[in-house]
Ligand binder design. Sequence first.
Ligand code: NAD
Length: 392
Amino acid sequence: MVIKPKIRGFICTNAHPMGCAENVRQQIAYVKQQPTVSPAPKKVLVIGCSTGYGLASRITAAFGAGAATIGVCFEKPPTEKKTATAGWYNTAAFHQQAEQADLYYHTINGDAFSDECKADVIERIKADLGQVDLVIYSLASPKRRDPKTGEVYSSTLKPVGQTYTTKTYDTDKDRVHDVTLEPANDEEIANTVKVMGGEDWELWLSALHEAGVLAPNCRTTAYTYIGKKLTWPIYGHATIGRAKEDLDRAAAALNERYQDIQLQAWVSSLKALVTQASSAIPVMPLYISLIYKVMKEEGTHEGCIEQIYRLFTEGLYAESATLDEQRRLRMDGKETNDATQAKIEALWDQVEQDNFHQLADYEGYHSDFLRLFGFGLENVDYDADVDPVVNW
Ligand code: NAD
């Protein structure tokens, strides 16, 4: 079939297999051009490995450090009539490239929140790798089924404490307008923490430790976004921010609990970027379009792969990484420093419907959005008839 993007609201409902493969290839090429990650992990588990920051983490571990990788993701396979999700095609492309490079890989497509998935991963580690020395936790999910009670929790993206009115950009209608967001109630806050907080990260580490598959001096990190004044009301100080604070609690608990193997756990703060997860958050498309404009002008713009390569070399495996007061690794400084934020705030105050396309880099935002699904990449013939069925 000839595959063209089908965009519905903030999501694209199909994906292009060749475009996704090209996207993965470009990320691998970037990592290969950089100095080898050293010291480096050898056997890596990436939970949430198929898109965004998790995919970049897997690519950096494999192609930047030569590591064997086991990945976990939750992706839809293709049929004759319907394309797979982008993460499916990304994973197929990653496998193909890892195979050619003679790197061990295995991916489990299942619900990472479940006990079964954890048991499958442990079995696979025992059979093929023995132990892992790095665990990346990069899940972004709107829902979580509690493995003990079976109850399904949903996260919400709402302010905490008070109603918040702000500008937003509707990507579907190409319209800048005000949006008023009602504050979350206590249950919505608690549910968001249940989905996106540290509990599942802790359950993973607990299961892996109990099974004896964490190597001595194993490292682990979960990803957060902290942001600044413009995003605090909808992110940092909102429901999702509460969940992310819970990651800080979990990191401290993990460091305390697994001293027997000298586990080192960090929360890593990454910059705002277009991913499937961030495009669903109100305000973020507008904010990201503005930071793209400012950071590209400053020459400090980075994508997922650049951020994660730096996280490995300047954070996780640096001789002396700089930590913030919460003991987090910070890779977001090029976005959150005061000078850059002042420029973004100045644009934010001016931006309205008529000047949006001049003040913001919406073209950059939109192009990155399409690329997430394998569209708009160089070297891909989008008029060609392609088979959507790609297996791994
Ligand atoms: P993403 O949507 O691109 O990736 C999410 C990954 O989780 C995918 O691999 C998906 O398959 C997997 N997944 C989702 N539900 C799953 C389930 N039930 N079982 C197994 N796998 C599942 O998201 P992302 O933006 O890369 O986010 C990853 C992490 O990085 C999140 O914690 C997010 O908060 C954080 N982060 C994102 C940004 C940003 O701007 N995008 C910035 C800083 C931090």
